[in-house]
Design a protein around this ligand. Structure first.
Ligand code: SAM
Ligand code: SF4
Length: 325
């Protein structure tokens, strides 16, 4: 069955599911140091309810899901949800976005439950800097987390680096070099003006062209098709490298035209654009036993052509942790 299309003819086959708005990190660009007003627990969808939503959207063409948050791995026994989603026959691809804490412990367990692939957020390779950016003191090593993912059979493994001038931009080459020997896809993300970035300003944004130029100082880069699973990144690679280098430029509209995704917030609201405010509440209809297909179609009918990020003020949008970034 082909996927439902929105009013601009885009097939919607990909759902990003926020399983919690909470997190064990307080990344400078995502959350204030003292956290955010968390959702009441009773408002958060249970694993059974999330699986019910996916099961009801699957006949409409949903094929791929990503578990995100907040930090999805802090929700107890996430492998149970992974297994429930794996049991839905038409779901072809189950992915996870995580900050990678304790991932050496989780990777085999999640893989066994049916997880296909993982994106690990890694803004630095230096422990002191990781603590400064995440405002937490976990012993966390992104290379160890990515190695555990590869060893468990998760593929592709992507490392997401939010580049911030004067904070971690001197590590662009170190991250790029990882792709020479490891089958990893390092994706440099431009900092976005969302949430409450009290400690960051526009001056911290490093344009993607500059990132690529700095990576290319190691060796020439050529365009690459990148890993499977079409996303918003443009990929490049060093000759003979095991992995690739991607750049994600959320401020441009380059990927709106092919946007194939919608988002489910932890409290069961369907969002059609990461940077828009339009939402359709699914939790109450779900709990009342109503069918979700008409609500899904209603949401798609209002999916905007493109986001209006460039017109927005820093702090004018909710943090990505609140909407399932
Ligand atoms: N906790 C998980 C993690 O960190 O991967 C999943 C949720 S996190 C909100 C998803 C992604 O959003 C991460 O890769 C993070 O770096 C990115 N992100 C959050 N706020 C951002 C911002 N202001 N600018 C750019 N990327 C951001
Ligand atoms: Fe947590 Fe991810 Fe946001 Fe960092 S980016 S505070 S790890 S949700």
């Amino acid at each position: 069955m082909s996927a439902e299309r929105d009013q601009f003819g885009r097939s919607i086959e990909y759902l990003r599911i926020s399983v919690t708005d909470r997190c064990n990190f307080r990344c400078l660009y995502c959350m204030p140091a003292d956290g955010l007003p968390w959702l009441p627990r009773a408002d958060i969808l249970s694993y059974e309810e999330i699986a019910d939503v996916v099961g009801q959207l699957a006949p409409l063409g949903l094929r791929r899901v990503r578990l995100t948050g907040g930090e999805p791995t802090i929700r107890p026994q996430l492998e149970k949800l992974i297994a429930m989603l794996r049991a839905i026959p038409v779901v072809e691809d189950i992915a996870l976005s995580t900050n990678g804490v304790k991932f050496d412990e989780y990777a085999p367990r999640f893989r066994e439950a049916g997880l296909d692939r993982v994106n690990i957020s890694a803004d630095s390779l230096r422990p002191d800097r990781i603590a400064k950016i995440s405002r937490r003191n976990f012993s966390f090593d992104p290379v160890r987390a990515a190695s555990a993912a590869t060893a468990a059979g998760l593929a592709p493994v992507k490392l997401n680096v939010v580049v911030m001038r004067g904070i971690n931009d001197d590590e662009i080459a170190d991250f790029a070099r990882l792709t020479l020997d490891h089958p990893w896809h390092v994706r440099f993300i431009e900092l976005m003006p969302v949430g409450e970035m009290r400690d960051l300003t526009w001056e911290h944004v490093v344009p993607s062209d500059e990132v690529l130029a700095r990576a290319a100082e190691i060796a020439p880069l050529h365009a690459s098709s990148g890993p499977a699973g079409n996303g918003p990144a443009a990929y490049h690679a060093f000759a003979g490298a095991a992995g690739t280098i991607g750049v994600i430029t959320p401020m441009s509209h380059t990927y709106c035209a092919s946007c194939n995704r919608v988002r489910l917030t932890a409290d069961g609201r369907l969002r059609t654009c990461l940077f828009g405010d339009h939402e359709v509440g699914l939790r109450e209809p779900l709990r009342a036993g109503q069918p979700l297909a008409p609500l899904f179609r209603e949401a798609l009918a209002s999916k905007p052509r493109e986001h209006a990020l460039l017109q927005m003020q820093v702090g004018g949008l909710r943090a990505l942790s609140q909407v399932g970034g």
